[in-house]
Design a protein around this ligand. Structure first.
Ligand code: RB5
Length: 149
C-alpha cells in the first residue's frame, strides 16, 4: 500500500520516526515534505497529501503538524477527502470503520512517537464497514456537491 505523508516544520522529527515505522512494515511512502526545519506553512502539505490521495497516487494519507488541526482542515478542503485528527487508537479505528477516513492526522505536540505509531497501526489495519455508514458518507458528499466545490 502506498501512503502519502506530509508535515510542517514542527512535526519534522516525528515524521521521520513515522516514515521509518511504516517503511519497516512494508508500506511504500511518498514523503511530500516538508523536509527541513525551516518554518513551513501547514496548508501546503495538507493540500499536497490530499491531492495525492484523491488522484490515486496514494491510497491513504498521513498528516502531522503541531496539533494535527490546521493541516487536516487544509486537507478537508479538497473534494473527496475525509481527514480527521486522532489522539487515540480507538478514534482512529472507528474513523476508518464508520467514516472511511482517507487521511489520518495527529499532532507532534500532542502525541508521543509510540502512541502515534499505535494510532496509525490501528487505523491502517481497520476496514470500512459500509452499509448505513456509506449512506451517511454519501450525505457528506452531497454537501460538497451542493457547495459546488
Ligand atoms: C505551527 O506553529 C502550528 O500552528 C501548526 O503546527 C499546527 O499546530 C496548526 O494547526
Amino acid at each position: 500500500m502506498r501512503i502519502a505523508i506530509g508535515n510542517d516544520h514542527i512535526a519534522l522529527e516525528l515524521k521521520k520516526v513515522i516514515v521509518d515505522h511504516l517503511s519497516a512494515k512494508g508500506y511504500e511512502i511518498i514523503d511530500l515534505g516538508t523536509h527541513s526545519a525551516e518554518r513551513y506553512d501547514y496548508p501546503v502539505a495538507g493540500e499536497a497529501v490530499a491531492r495525492a490521495v484523491v488522484s490515486g497516487e496514494a491510497e491513504k494519507g498521513v498528516l502531522i503538524c503541531g496539533t494535527g488541526v490546521g493541516i487536516s482542515l487544509a486537507a478537508n478542503k479538497v473534494k473527496g477527502i475525509r481527514a480527521c485528527v486522532c489522539s487515540d487508537p480507538y478514534t482512529a479505528r472507528l474513523s476508518k470503520q464508520h467514516n472511511n477516513t482517507n487521511i489520518l492526522a495527529f499532532g507532534s505536540r500532542v502525541v508521543g512517537s509510540e502512541l502515534a505509531k499505535m494510532i496509525l497501526d490501528e487505523w491502517l489495519t481497520a476496514v470500512f464497514e459500509g452499509g448505513r455508514h456509506q449512506r451517511r458518507l454519501d450525505m457528506i458528499s452531497g454537501i460538497e456537491e451542493r457547495q459546488g466545490v
